[in-house]
Design a protein. Structure first.
Length: 225
């Protein structure tokens, strides 16, 4: 039923935007009363948050898919790189929902508690597993995986937040009007690639740095601003 509610919410947001989503509209879409819907989600904000992170086409699924689509020989370096791009791509495709989830709620809705035997899933859970994999492979520095995961997430999230808000617009300095949206987007892509490389270099072991410079890994070139 949670999946059905999120699917209905996704259709409403796609058709009418975030403002078009109400508890009553979602309840009607799934054939429930508004009161019954509260058994699954205690607020509209909780639905929107779960839709962004956990829906059938949500951020978590996109991150899991990005790793699953890598070749079997892929290591944690390539997985981190893929996750960063998946996170940015999803945010840029859902900017209105991104702004709301990460800045539009007075009190961020809480995710359901995991059972004692459950592992975290979704985007951050995938990031944690990749961090653990990288430490086991000897490619990442040996610190607790949550520290590595938060280091990667906060860097990528910070870039994406500034990009969506217009502070990173593809020109050489913030606030400079863009001359061409096509060129600006290409510049932002190139800049993001450089930021990804820098954050990876900060968490790689010596073996990891050697591996990343190989021909099968991400390009070694840094962007020129």
């Amino acid at each position: 039923m949670r999946a059905a509610i999120l699917d209905a919410a996704g259709r409403l947001v796609a058709a009418e935007g975030v403002e078009g989503l109400t508890i009553r509209a979602v309840a009607q879409a799934v054939g429930y009363s508004a009161g019954a819907l509260y058994e699954y989600f205690d607020s509209k904000e909780a639905i929107l948050t779960s839709l962004y992170f956990d829906g059938s086409d949500g951020l978590g699924v996109q991150c899991e898919r990005a790793v699953a689509e890598l070749p079997a020989s892929a290591d944690a370096i390539q997985a981190f790189h893929a996750l960063g791009h998946a996170y940015r791509s999803y945010a840029l495709s859902h900017p209105e929902l991104y702004r709301l989830v990460f800045g539009g709620f007075k009190t961020p809705p809480q995710q359901p508690d995991l059972g004692c035997d459950e592992e975290p899933n979704g985007g951050f859970g995938t990031l944690l597993r990749v961090a653990t994999q990288g430490i086991g492979e000897g490619l990442l520095i040996d610190v607790p995986p949550p520290i590595l995961a938060f280091a990667a997430w906060t860097t990528v999230h910070g870039f994406v937040s500034l990009e969506i808000s217009g502070h990173i617009n593809g020109e050489g300095y913030p606030g400079v009007p863009i001359s061409s949206e096509v060129q600006a987007r290409a510049s932002r892509d190139h800049l993001f690639e450089g930021v990804m490389r820098l954050v990876l270099c900060g968490i790689l072991s010596e073996e990891g740095r050697t591996r990343m410079s190989g021909p099968d890994h991400i390009p070694a070139e840094m962007p020129h601003l």
